[in-house]
Design a protein around this ligand. Structure first.
Ligand SMILES: [Zn+2]
Ligand SMILES: [Zn+2]
Length: 100
């Protein structure tokens, strides 16, 4: 099932990931407890979209918890992209494994 365009498009499904991941490691410089102003600025300016490889389901995907950093042009395209509500499964009923 596809979610229709508009308020349910991919443009509205994104949450910017934290700059420090769940283990407090900076996603830009790979330093734990990073306080670099440069990293903070990069993160503040960064734009993100739902990963186009896994549609955000993030099963074995190399994205950042279902999202990836993107350009302004790619972000603009997201308004016209619908997302499936549930992750696809294979013939055995298992979730597909994404290898980006
Ligand atoms: Zn950093
Ligand atoms: Zn992904």
């Amino acid at each position: 099932m596809l979610v229709p365009f508009g308020p349910y498009s991919a443009a509205h499904a994104v949450v910017k990931p934290m700059r420090l991941n769940n283990a407090n490691v900076c996603i830009y410089c790979m330093t734990r407890w990073c306080t670099s102003e440069q990293c903070v600025a990069m993160h503040r300016a960064s734009l993100w979209i739902v990963c186009e490889t896994c549609n955000g389901f993030d099963v074995g995907c190399h994205c950042m918890g279902g999202v990836v950093e993107a350009t302004q042009a790619l972000v603009a395209e997201q308004e016209h992209r619908s997302l499936p509500l549930t992750a696809p499964v294979n013939d055995d009923g298992e979730f597909a494994y994404y290898v980006a």
